[in-house]
Design a binder for this molecule. Structure first.
Ligand code: SF4
Length: 367
């Protein structure tokens, strides 16, 4: 099994990860077109830290989480867990890691089996993975329930007897009972009331400190991400737009998309005037993304070069990565050249259109 050359200081390392879904096949079942849900995503996550994955709906953040968990097979790139390459391991080999990587779902209503008691739901995986001796399971589960703010007398109750917040606590207890090393939280509070959201986020933060957990925190709520994460990864149409330390990204957002997202975060200070950047239009279809920079159709700072040349993802400041031409000196120093290239391409495209139009006209006359 391949390992990274670096020490496993990073519990998770994702390198150029890709997940494509076929959306059109020929009669032999060969895919003709793909939806590129995750396209060349890379990041590293240190033990005991949390990374927030943010972006609008459809940006690929949930697919990224599920591909890391190997609920989806990746179509390229590598996933290293604790220094071991788990990208291509079999389902049997993956069993070894199942208890180490847990998922907390978005919807606490549908993610709990309705006919099982809370005790059975939480203890099921504990028994399978033999986390504690059989005679200690009950006490161990009650202890975990207690840590997650659930009374031990709830042990024999059923999920329908609980509120949304309590159900999410059950989901958290179930995930943590197997002593995971990495927890992927997929919008864990978005289905809950605002008052309950704060309780669950505080619980996750407390448990992280007490149990030394590492989180991949998927969310569209930037205030929550700011509170709980160390790093932020901003995604758009399957690509990473910006990556860096949370504090640095909030202080100095570089990518126009990040700036627009962050401009919507409320500031709890009446003296601070918010300058909201409204994004134009809807997010384009990931099945047919725009050429060049995928964000160019909505970017207020779009230049001609953005319409045909894909930006390079690079480190603009130490540990602060961005994918935008505005910060690439090679592009910015040669804008005139790129404008000429764009004009030439436009001219050629127009000529081609004209030719095709004339051809069609000729055919129509013949008919
Ligand atoms: S590369 Fe161009 S279109 Fe893309 S974000 Fe930067 S300025 Fe905007």
């Amino acid at each position: 099994m391949q390992t990274t050359d670096e020490s496993p200081k990073y519990i998770l390392e994702v390198k150029n990860l890709k997940k494509y879904f076929p959306i059109e096949k020929n009669i032999f079942g060969k895919p003709l077109r793909y939806l590129r849900a995750v396209d060349d995503v890379s990041f590293k996550l240190e033990k005991g830290k949390a990374i927030g994955v943010v972006g609008e709906s459809g940006c690929g953040k949930t697919t990224l989480g599920r591909t890391i968990l190997k609920l989806y097979e990746s179509d390229g790139g590598q996933i290293f867990f604790n220094g071991e390459d788990i990208t291509k391991i079999s389902k049997g080999q993956m069993k070894k890691y199942r208890k180490d990587i847990q998922l907390i779902f978005q919807d606490p209503y549908s993610s709990l089996p309705p006919r099982m008691t809370v005790g059975n739901i939480i203890s099921e995986a504990v028994k399978v993975h033999k986390i504690v001796p059989k005679d200690e399971v009950s006490n161990y589960i009650k202890d975990i329930m207690n840590k997650c703010g659930l009374q031990p007398q709830y042990y024999d109750r059923y999920p329908h007897e609980f509120s949304g917040g309590q159900r999410q606590r059950i989901c958290i207890a179930r995930a943590l009972a197997v002593k995971p090393k990495l927890v992927i939280c997929d919008e864990p509070v978005s289905a809950l009331d605002v008052s309950i959201q704060a309780q669950i986020i505080n619980l996750l933060k407390d448990l992280q400190a007490k149990m030394g957990l590492t989180y991949v925190f998927i969310s569209h709520d930037l205030s929550v991400v700011k509170y709980i994460t160390n790093d932020i990864l901003v995604m758009y149409l399957g690509n990473v737009m910006e990556l860096g330390e949370t504090e640095e990204i909030f202080k100095n957002p570089m990518h126009p998309y990040t700036k627009a997202l962050f401009s919507a975060v409320p500031v709890p200070n009446p003296d601070v005037k918010m300058q909201r950047i409204i994004l134009k239009g809807d997010i384009p279809s990931p099945a047919n993304p725009p050429k060049g920079c995928k964000f160019h159709t909505r970017c207020s700072e779009c230049m001609n070069v953005c319409k045909f040349k894909e930006p390079v993802y690079y480190e603009a400041y130490p540990k602060h990565f961005v994918s935008c031409h505005l910060y690439n000196p090679e592009i910015m120093n040669n804008l005139e050249e790129y404008d000429k290239m764009y004009e030439q391409m436009e001219k050629e495209a127009l000529e081609k259109q004209e030719l095709e139009k004339n051809k069609r006209k000729k055919h129509e006359k013949k008919d």
